[in-house]
Design a protein around this ligand. Structure first.
Ligand SMILES: Cc1cc2nc3c(=O)[nH]c(=O)nc-3n(C[C@H](O)[C@H](O)[C@H](O)COP(=O)(O)O)c2cc1C
Length: 207
């Protein structure tokens, strides 16, 4: 049986009641069931950056990456293991599903801490004469962006371009967004219905 390895990243401070979590979960559940109908098994791995309390990147952690494995102290091995684990999850997946809350006009700080762990020179990107080249290949990302207000297509949407750039930097150029906007506005239910239509359409296009 064909297998699709899906990695779902959660960074809502509201955990399972977060809109970004609920909608990402709906996406992965629908994807799993649509794939099964086509004879594809889904292996879903969930990584919750809030429950993990992923800390800010430090110089000591970067120094641990630079130290050859056999020369690392116990503390350096533990520090290097944080990034190594997150990078391995990316390397092993085919489809990345990111639940993306907007907090204070940007991405959650825990998600930034995740980016700081997975952008690794020589592992997920390298610099060439022509500039940076991403080293993750043949993967796609679906980003489920949940927002209290409405920003899509305006300069206030600080997430879309940034996340496309970051993904491309590590080699993931096939990136699609599903927006759930206006969730703190009176028309929340209408907006959620639009989001669910988008989820259905993208699942259908992927399977
Ligand atoms: C600390 C915090 C900051 C927020 N800042 C913004 C913001 O800048 N713009 C916005 O549209 N919504 C903002 N919101 C609303 C969230 O984007 C909205 O509640 C969304 O559902 C968050 O995703 P979550 O439910 O998965 O946590 C903020 C919410 C919180 C808790």
């Amino acid at each position: 049986m064909k297998i699709n390895n899906v990695l779902q990243i959660n960074s809502s401070i509201n955990n399972e009641s977060g809109n970004s979590y609920i909608l990402s979960k709906e996406f992965t559940t629908k994807l799993t069931s649509a794939q099964l109908k086509k004879g594809i098994k889904t292996n879903l791995v969930e990584r919750d950056l809030v429950k993990d309390e992923l800390p800010h990147l430090t110089q000591a952690e970067m120094a641990a990456w630079m130290t050859p494995e056999t020369e690392r102290t116990d503390e350096q091995s533990q520090l290097a293991n944080i990034s190594d684990t997150l990078v391995a999850e990316l390397q092993n997946m085919d489809t990345l599903v990111i639940g993306m809350p907007m907090y204070n006009f940007g991405i959650p700080s825990t998600f930034k801490a995740w980016i700081d762990r997975v952008a690794r020179a020589g592992i997920t990107f390298k610099y060439t004469e022509q500039g940076p080249v991403g080293l993750l290949e043949g993967k796609k990302a679906i980003i489920v962006a949940a927002r209290g207000g409405m920003y899509q297509g305006t300069p206030k949407d600080t997430q879309t371009h940034y996340l496309k750039d970051v993904m491309a930097f590590i080699g993931i150029t096939d990136v699609q967004f599903i927006y759930a906007e206006g969730l703190n506005m009176p028309a929340k239910e209408e907006q959620l219905a639009l989001t669910r239509d988008a989820i259905d359409n993208i699942v259908e296009s992927l399977v």
